[in-house]
Ligand binder design. Structure first.
Ligand code: GLC
Length: 742
């Protein structure tokens, strides 16, 4: 080729590159010019994701492989850190390999909705907290939940969601319980697995986190969790096993804490033995942000990608370790293969997201639907609910900014509110410790429901004024809140900011008092005898106030049931004081305030939540699986099919209003299991018209019937008699039968 030919070619190329950088530089890599795939056999969709990944790895240079196994740094999370031109402003970014047609990956926080909308003036739907959504016990709702997240991230042009928190509620004061799905591993795993399937259905890569035993925020980067392997597999790890089997997620995020002396992100047992071997996980292990602590040990023990990437373990040091033979090339190839195969499997190479506009109306409707299935009616004395015309001609609305909005959870799950914090509007995104309210106003929605009624608000700061308003109203509705966030735990189960006193004052002024709770996890209720109604609304999402109004006024019959046990007080818990908090002043970012310490979960072992209460014969304030309805149900005729391991029973609606009952089935294992508690084995939402009966046949979840045998390193079904019970909650199982296993 002559000089001129070369020059023309070079200049043409530089014009194209220049144009690409100038014009498309701000677009995410995967939205830029399409590479010539005719020379890329891995673009053949007839091949499997693994075959395609192998073909790409074969073409890659060492530097390209290293580029894929770490992120580009804290970027938008830590201004003024540099933000890669091709990133789409998510929590993390991995540069793509343009010459091979492999796009970059934008790892976007999206536990309860896409995070950091404000950064680019985008919109994101705030869904109910995942703990709230778990109160629906509805896998279909969970799938919808994930679909909203995936749909909106795609509209942003983002190709990965890093939500999917499934840490069980071992610690009811854990600041991140609102991002998870409760205390039972089968329920939490089933719902979270379906949620992540929903994300994946939108051709957005999915994630399950925080693997594993990241069950408290206090000291989360230094706490060493101790738990024997049998109990581990039958509790925390079971939630991961169930959710990963259902979702087949693109990635699993390893957590900050240690387990039995090794950090989770360099823990051979957790990552190689259990996740990759026992669970047969094909995706990649991504570190939590800053949770990587070594190069060779992490790589050999199962970590596949360092995020956000400027801790410098998996860039130059890893290249040196591969060149020096401390990390075999085959291991590096496996790391890259796992990422690539997940990209092909999710469709982000063949069908990269193209920016559109988020549909906020569809998102709000979806959020409201999930909230209506998730709100739990905990107390309804004198049938004070649903509000009757008489009672609703003068309603006092008190506390928790209920005039303007509903509370959301903080930390990396924080969604930015449209128009800013409804309780304190100001420009920009949400601060890490702010309590952000979303513009779904209970006051406005109640007024809309009762246009002829006097619906008045008092903010509750002045307790006497609130009591006075209550006294002059037919019914008083007190909104109480428990702000929760990543990085810190609640010190106690008590409501903060003296709200118990507010409830007591209002209920003294007016016995027709209803309490609505906006909380991140279980709370104590010293006033429970003084009020007539208690409604668990959780963080209800952008459609929360509409959902609440529909329930309180009877348009929707509440069906939610608790996915966590509510203790009366801390003395009932396995750890009355949050481990590591002894002597530490409460406040944000407790994670950094404590020296390394062990937390010995062997004290309760696999007896998490209701299993603890049952095995220690304690009566909680409200039991796991509890929730009231405006109608009543009767259960009858439980039978068990030993061969199929299914149960069959009938539920009848004996009231005058249509409703949906979450029927639950529990199993107590044979004596040889040495368990003095039962396990949730099946459940079903049963919709019933007044007077209607339905027969229900359910399979008993196989992993609810088995014990983990550490000698065989596998699940074992014991022979003997299994006591099967069924009913409306873990503490109310009127139907009894026996499963016989030979
Ligand atoms: C955080 C969280 C994790 C989040 C990540 C990125 O510290 O533990 O859930 O996805 O960092 O923000």
């Amino acid at each position: 080729m002559s000089f001129w030919q070369q020059f023309k070619r070079f200049s043409a190329l530089s014009i194209v590159v220049g144009f690409a950088v100038v014009s498309f530089g701000s677009l995410p890599a995967h939205a830029q010019a399409k590479p010539d795939t005719s020379k890329m056999p891995w673009m053949n969709k007839a091949l499997s994701p693994d075959e395609r990944a192998d073909l790409v790895v074969h073409e890659m240079t060492l530097d390209e492989k290293i580029q894929m196994v770490h992120g580009t740094g804290w970027g938008v999370l830590r201004p003024p850190d540099p933000v890669p031109a091709k990133s789409n402003f998510a929590a993390g970014y991995m540069e793509g390999i343009e010459r091979l047609g492999i796009p970059g990956i934008d790892l976007a926080d999206s536990a309860v909705g896409a995070r950091m909308a404000a950064y680019q003036s985008r919109y994101a739907t705030l869904l109910p907290s995942t703990l709230g959504a778990a109160s629906s016990w509805d896998p279909d709702s969970a799938f919808l939940y994930g679909s909203v997240i995936g749909r909106e991230l795609r509209a942003w042009g983002t190709n990965m969601s890093i939500g999917g928190g499934v840490n069980i509620t071992r610690e009811p004061r854990n600041g991140r319980n609102f991002e998870y799905a409760g205390e039972d591993p089968i329920l939490a795993g089933t719902l979270t697995g379906n949620l992540e399937k929903g994300v994946f259905s939108q051709h957005v890569m999915s994630d399950i986190k925080h693997y594993a035993l990241n069950d408290q925020e206090t000291g989360r980067t230094v706490v060493n969790a101790l738990l024997d392997k049998k109990a581990l597999r039958e509790s925390d790890m079971l939630a991961f096993e169930v959710s990963i089997a259902i979702a087949e997620p693109s990635a699993v995020m390893c957590s900050y804490n240690l387990y039995e002396g090794d950090h989770a992100c360099e823990n051979d047992y957790l990552l190689n033995e259990v996740l990759k071997k026992d669970f047969k996980f094909k995706g990649w292990v991504v570190s939590d942000w800053g949770a990587t602590h070594s190069t060779v040990k992490s790589a050999l023990n199962g970590l596949d990608q360092e995020m956000p990437g400027d801790e410098n373990y998996f860039n130059a040091p890893l290249k040196k370790a591969v060149e020096g033979g401390q990390v075999p090339t085959a291991r590096l190839d496996d790391m890259v293969h796992r990422i690539l195969r997940s990209m092909f499997a999710a469709g982000v190479v063949d069908d990269p997201p193209v920016r559109t506009v988020v549909d906020p109306f569809r998102g709000r409707d979806n959020a409201q639907h999930i909230a209506e299935e998730s709100i739990v009616l905990l107390k309804n004395s004198d049938h004070i609910l649903p509000l009757k015309a008489s009672a609703s001609n003068s309603i006092a609305i008190i506390g928790s900014h209920a005039d303007v909005g509903v509370l959301s959870g903080g930390g990396s799950a924080q969604v930015d509110a449209p128009g800013g914090n409804a309780a304190d509007p100001k420009a920009g995104g949400s601060g890490w410790t702010e309590h952000i309210y979303f513009p779904s106003s209970p006051l406005k929605n109640f007024q809309a429901h009762s246009p002829h009624a006097s619906v008045r608000y008092a903010n509750g700061a002045d307790v006497a004024a609130a009591a006075q308003l209550a006294k002059s109203s037919a019914v008083a509705i007190v909104f109480v809140n428990q702000p929760m966030q990543e990085g810190m735990d609640a010190v106690t189960l008590s409501l903060p900011d003296n709200q118990d006193a507010l409830v007591e004052a209002v209920s003294k002024a007016n016995p027709n008092t209803i309490v609505v709770i906006e909380n991140g996890g279980p709370v104590s209720m010293p006033w429970i005898q003084q009020v007539k109604g208690v409604v668990e609304m959780w963080y209800p999402g952008i459609g929360g106030a509409q959902a609440l109004a529909n329930i309180l006024f009877g348009d929707v019959n509440p069906s939610g049931k608790l996915p966590v046990t509510f203790a009366k007080d801390e003395s009932q818990l396995p750890h009355p004081v949050v481990p590591g908090l002894e002597g530490v002043p409460p406040g944000p970012n407790q994670e950094h305030k404590v020296a390394p310490f062990d937390v010995n979960y062997n004290s309760e072992g696999a007896r998490v939540g209701y299993k603890w209460f049952e095995s220690t014969n304690k009566q909680p304030l409200f039991p796991f699986g509890f929730g009231l309805s405006y109608t009543t149900y009767v259960y009858s005729g439980l039978t068990v099919d030993d061969a199929k391991r299914t149960v069959h029973f009938t539920v009848r609606n004996t009231g005058k209003q249509e409703g949906t009952e979450i029927a639950q089935v529990y199993v107590a294992l044979p004596a040889a299991a040495k368990e003095n508690y039962k396990r949730l084995a099946a459940w079903q939402r049963v919709k019933l018209a007044p007077g209607e009966s339905k027969e229900v046949t359910l399979p008993l979840h196989p992993l609810s019937l088995t014990v983990f045998n550490t000698d065989q390193n596998g699940w074992q079904l014991l022979s003997g008699e299994y006591n099967v019970t069924a009913g409306p909650s873990s503490s109310d199982t009127p139907l009894k039968a026996t499963l016989h296993v030979q």
